[in-house]
Design a binder for this molecule. Structure first.
Ligand code: PEP
Length: 250
């Protein structure tokens, strides 16, 4: 039986000032002091340094919500992997559906961002997921396979286990609708199969579920054999709720 450390990530999106981020971390840390899981907070860029400093010596690691694939240059408004590493940021969310839908992030850009993150020593949290239309049309697996193959096209097989994959059905993000345990397990197992075919050591790859995870449904979802944790949006803004989700990982 593979023994993967549970991975719970808080995606704050465009929420929390530096002061609010500091208050959150100070409240959260004593609540999760005994956790054996990997706990990751993804604040906006402006609060990264504060969360890194406040969480030193704890179970919490810090991730950015995006990065540019180049190390530096004329890319106004962008932030590079080396800039994140300099702050002791350890991971980065890539390909979140909000970035794909609202900011035109393409699979082609992701095929450059994922290896750039790995090369800089960041752990990519790659988000994939189908729209409601695609699910209704029976195209879920086709969409996911296309995203995974394209986004990971430039990653060597042996490096794939360093990528954390988040399955985030778009219809479940921020909607209060959660995938059923059967849906989450079926798709996570499919993602593992695609990675296996790409030559990954799949027993080591963490696959997260994201989409309206809350304290009340987290344990059931994270107990599924191919679901190794959660990417949490709305419920991660409250330290009590997020701590309860961390507890649910066991
Ligand atoms: C997310 O944005 O990654 C997410 C899963 O959001 P929510 O938990 O609010 O659905």
């Amino acid at each position: 039986m593979p023994n993967r450390t549970p991975y719970i990530a808080a995606n704050w999106k465009m929420n929390k000032t530096v002061a609010e981020a500091a208050e959150f971390v100070d409240t959260l840390l004593p609540r999760i002091a005994a956790t054996q899981s990997d706990v990751v907070i993804c604040p906006p860029f402006t609060a990264l340094a504060e969360v890194v400093e406040r969480s030193r010596g704890s179970a919490v690691r810090v991730a950015a919500q995006n990065m540019h694939e180049e190390g530096f240059g004329a890319f106004t408004g962008e932030v590079s992997a080396p800039m994140l590493v300099e702050l002791d940021v350890e991971a980065v969310v890539l390909g979140h559906s909000e970035r794909r839908q609202l900011f035109g992030e393409t699979d082609e850009a992701l095929s450059r961002k994922v290896p750039a993150a790995l090369a800089a020593g960041l752990e990519p949290i790659l988000c994939v997921g189908e729209s409601e239309t695609a699910r209704d049309a029976g195209e879920t697996e086709e969409v996911l396979e296309r995203q995974l193959q394209a986004d990971l096209a430039n990653v060597e097989s042996l490096e794939l286990e360093r990528v954390v994959v988040a399955y985030e059905p778009i219809w479940a993000i921020g909607t209060g609708r959660t995938a059923t345990p059967e849906q989450a397990q079926e798709v996570s197992a499919f993602i593992r199969d695609v990675l296996r075919m790409r030559g990954a050591v799949v027993d080591n790859v963490r696959i997260l579920y994201g989409g309206s995870v809350k304290p009340g449904n987290a344990a059931e979802l994270m107990a599924l054999p191919d679901v190794d944790g959660a990417l949490v949006g709305g419920a991660s803004l409250n330290p009590g709720d997020f701590a309860a989700i961390v507890d649910a990982a066991g």
